[in-house]
Ligand binder design. Structure first.
Ligand SMILES: [Zn+2]
Ligand SMILES: [Zn+2]
Length: 326
């Protein structure tokens, strides 16, 4: 999927393009959209229909919860805070586990995800942002169109960020590239695991189907909509605590269910920070996991911003807001 941008005659190389458009990539995007964005919706409807055959019991609850938590941490701690923003350094095996768990979420391979998200930070809420809710016109119509685009519809077909430009550090990491190449297998493993556990616990095929539905497809559906809500709603509604050039907001009430991701204005103001809550009393389960890894010697070099830097960007309080977000 990586295109080398060089002159066909080999004379002078063109400047590297930031995005790649090809029918092949758009076919892959459409396939991914149908498999991992539409199928979980159908699977969730199927899970409710299947309740007539197999009830929602403790096994289903535990499978849904544990798989949601593990893959959710894979996305926020692994994909987002470690691989996209390099907010800390992790032991290689911890990084690999986080990449696998993040892959199981079905939101794209790690290299593509990182490239897309780095582009989001580069162009936040301006032309070039892959999923801004604020570029679809004004009025109620524009607002609704923007929300639908940023939450979901943008994934049908979009400019593909050139990973050579956006993720050169990742494609040099052979171990990580190997994990990324097996993306579809990790998603399949994330579906197979709950199915096997459901089958073994219930000793029947209905338990296996129920495990696949609740621990697999419903879990993907729930986590996807949580992650997408950050892209859509939190670039439109919520509170702002720090100066940042785009329209990002915090949604504190969603801190736990988003594993800390809902401190989105904090994150845009300090993208280098492993803590999104920034203050201890702002709940941030993703950061708690990073601190736990640090205390075990499995994570280090946490780039938490200084109190002075935070005060300089604060919108309320004594300090004058200065500077712009990265
Ligand atoms: Zn980010
Ligand atoms: Zn954002």
């Amino acid at each position: 999927m990586i295109a080398e941008d060089s002159d066909p005659n080999g004379e002078k190389p063109e400047p590297r393009r930031k995005t790649i458009n090809s029918p092949y990539i758009h076919r892959l995007q459409r396939r991914h959209f149908l498999l991992f964005d539409i199928l979980p919706i159908l699977g969730t409807a199927g899970a409710f229909a299947f309740l007539r055959v197999h009830p929602f019991g403790l096994t289903e609850f535990l499978l849904l919860f544990s798989m949601w938590l593990a893959t959710g941490l894979g996305v926020t701690v692994g994909y987002h805070r470690l691989f996209t923003h390099r907010t800390f350094t992790a032991a290689p095996w911890v990084a690999a586990v986080l990449a696998v768990l993040g892959s199981m979420a079905g939101q794209g391979g790690v290299v593509s995800w990182v490239a897309l998200h780095r582009r989001h930070h580069e162009y936040s809420d301006r032309e070039g942002d892959p999923h801004s809710p604020n570029l679809s016109g004004g009025g109620l119509r524009g607002t609704l169109r923007g929300l639908a685009h940023s939450h979901f519809l943008w994934m049908r077909r979009h400019e593909y960020p050139n990973v050579v430009h956006y993720a050169p550090d990742l494609i040099k990491d052979r171990g990580l590239v190997r994990v990324a190449r097996l993306y579809y297998y990790w998603v399949a493993l994330g579906l197979l695991l709950p199915a096997v556990v459901g089958g073994v616990v219930s000793l029947g095929w209905t338990g296996a189907v129920s495990g696949l539905l609740w621990g697999g497809l419903v879990r993907i559906f729930v986590l996807e909509h949580i992650v997408w809500a950050i892209n859509s709603f939190l670039h439109m509604f919520g509170t702002r605590r720090y100066v940042s050039r785009e329209n990002s907001h915090n949604g504190g009430v969603f801190a736990l269910v988003t594993l800390g991701e809902s401190w989105h204005n904090n994150h845009h103001a300090f993208p280098e920070s492993p803590s999104f809550g920034l203050d201890w009393y702002r709940l941030d389960p993703g950061f708690w996991v990073i601190k736990m890894l640090e205390s075990c010697g499995l994570a280090w070099d946490l780039k938490v911003p200084s109190a002075k830097r935070m005060a300089a960007k604060r919108l309320s309080g004594n300090a004058e807001p200065v500077g712009n977000a990265a």
